[in-house]
Design a protein around this ligand. Sequence first.
Ligand SMILES: [Zn+2]
Length: 447
Amino acid sequence: MKNIFRFLLISVFVLTTNKILPQNIATPYEVGIWSGFRETAINYTFDDGCSNQFSIAIPLFDEFGFKLTLFTVTDWVSNWLALQAASASGHEVAGHTVTHADFGKVTTEQQKSELKNSKESIESHITDSKCITMAYPYCVTGVDSICGKYYISARGCQNYIEPKTPGSYFNVSSVVGGNLGSIKTLSDFKTYFENAAKINGWCVFLFHGIDNDGGYSPITSSELRKSIEYLSVRKSKFWVTTFANATLYSKERDSAMVTETSASDTSFTLQVNDNLSDSLYNFPLTLRRPLPEDWPSADVTQDSVAVPMRIVSVDSVVYITFDVVPDAGEVKITRNLKPVIPDIDTIPADTPDTVQVSINQTNELNRDIQAVYSKGALLISLTNFTKKNLLISLYDIKGIEVLNKKYEYSGESEISVDLSKESLNSGIYFVYLSDGENSWNRKIIIS
Ligand SMILES: [Zn+2]
C-alpha cells in the first residue's frame, strides 16, 4: 500500500514536471527563457533615423555595452556611414520600408516591393550583418506571408508587453515612449521593466525623437540615461538586446532539443538542436545543469572550442551555465579540478525614484583597486590613486547597504576599515568605492 502510494506520488510529480519542462530537454538540463537565464528581454527600438538617435542614444548605449535597434526608412537615409558604424558596434540596422508606406493603403505588390527593396538596400550598404527584422510604419501591419519571405519578425505597437513567445512574430507589440507615449520617466520605465520580469516577457520600447531633435514624441535624454543606468546595475536580471536577437533567441528556445549522448564521472556530452534554418538561427542559447557534487568546476566546449560559461549558485544549487548554438556541433562538459567560488547574481534593492548604485563601465575595467576581507577588516589596496575624499560603501547580496563611510585618503597604499564591530553575517558582499567622480565595485567574501 505504502509503495503504491509512493508510486502514485512519483507519477504525479513526473506529470507535473513534464508540463513545466519541455519534453525534448533531457533531464537535468534547462534552457534559459532568455539569454543568461535573465528574467526578461528588453529592446530599445528607434524609428525613422531622428538625429539624436546617433548623437545621444548610440553613444549612451555604447558607454554601457548595450545594443539597440534602428528601424530605418531607406529613402530617408542621409548618412549610411553612421549606420555602418552602428552596425559595426553591434547595433541592429533593420527595415522600416523604403518610403514609410502605410500598408493599409497600398497594394500587396507595393507591400512586397517596400519590404524587399528596403532589405536589399540596407544589405547593400551594411555588409557585416543581415537585415532580418522590420517595423511597420504607423504600426499598420501587412500580409504576414509576404513579410515572412524577407524577415523573421516585425514590430507593431499595441502598447503591451509580449509573453516570452509573442502572439504573432509578424506583429510583436511595442510600447511607445516619449511625451506622447506611455514611457516618459524612469518611474515609467521601471514599471514596464518589473512587469516584464514578472511574466518572463518580451518588452519592446519604441522611440522616435530625443530631446529637441524634431522627432515625434521625444523622450528626454536624461530619463533615457537613467533607464540605462538602472539596467546597467541589474544586468543579471534584464537582457537588453536588439529586436533581432530577442526574436532569434525566442524561436530557438521554443524549438530546442537537448539530448545527453554520454555521461561518465568526468564528462557529459550532449547535442543541442532545433528545427530552424542554421544560416539564420545561429544565436547562442543559454543552458544549465547542476554541477555534480564532486566536481570543483567544469569546462565546456562546442565542436571542441571553448564556449562562454559560468558557475552560478541559484537558491543554493550550483549550476554550470553555458552558451551554445543549436546544430553547431557536440557540446562537451568536462570536470575541472580547479575549484571556483560560484557567482551569485545580485540585484540592488530598488528605491522609488533614484538609481541606487551607478557603476562607471569604463572604470570597472580599471584593475588597480583591490578589496579583500581579512581578520575583521576590509582592506582596500590602491595604486596610482590621488583623490582625497572617498566614500566607501558595503552592500550585501540583496543590494542592501550595510555600511557607509567617508574616508580621507592621503596616499597610503592600503585602506583598512574595521568591520569587527559590525554584526555582519558571513557571505558575499560588494564594496563600492567612490571618489565623487568615479566609482568602483569589488566583491569580497566575509568569513
Ligand atoms: Zn516610422
